[in-house]
Write a protein that binds this ligand. Structure first.
Ligand SMILES: [Fe+2]
Ligand SMILES: [Fe+2]
Length: 165
């Protein structure tokens, strides 16, 4: 998927959340610049040992940045769900959303565990696929839906929230 900007269908309308999603797109752009031809290189055997080291170092550094984005972003969204008592109104929506966050984090950890300097091109493909799926499916199914529910139910949420002891 092209990464120039977030498609309007995936804008949630929440400034912090949309800004964090743009950080994710920027991380994906950086990922696609690490390897000279990540779509066609089966493995890294054709590159020099020095180049393999550079690519692996870049990928490890990007994964560090990605973990920081994940930690901050998932906690932003989960805080919104907690603070607005959406859990009381629609606990299944919140549970499915939080579960998908855990699933995405777990998949990134699997990629970290499989790092291998001869397979950096493949790990880049794996991570790119995972991040595309996150943007296409998770943001559309969970994040946009969350903000829509907050919009629809805002008055009801406030009423329940204000009533809480
Ligand atoms: Fe989310
Ligand atoms: Fe999100």
């Amino acid at each position: 998927m092209p990464l120039s900007e977030m498609p309007s269908a995936l804008e949630t309308g929440h400034p912090t959340i949309d800004q964090e999603h743009r950080q994710l797109l920027s991380c994906m752009s950086s990922l696609r610049r690490i390897c000279i031809d990540p779509e066609r290189l089966v493995d890294c055997a054709g590159c020099s040992a020095r180049q393999r080291g550079l690519c692996e170092t870049s990928l490890v550094s990007l994964l560090g940045d990605l973990f920081a984005i994940i930690l901050e972003h998932f906690s932003s969204e989960e805080k919104i769900m907690r603070d607005l008592a959406l859990r009381v109104i629609d606990p299944e929506l919140c549970a499915a959303h939080t579960e998908d966050h855990a699933h995405i984090s777990g998949k990134v950890q699997e990629i970290v565990a499989a790092l291998d300097p001869m397979q950096t091109a493949q790990r880049i493909r794996d991570l790119d696929q995972l991040l595309c799926k996150w943007v296409r499916h998770h943001i559309e199914m969970h994040d946009v839906m969350l903000m829509r529910r907050l919009g629809d139910d805002h008055a009801e949420l406030l009423r329940i929230f204000n009533k809480a002891p």
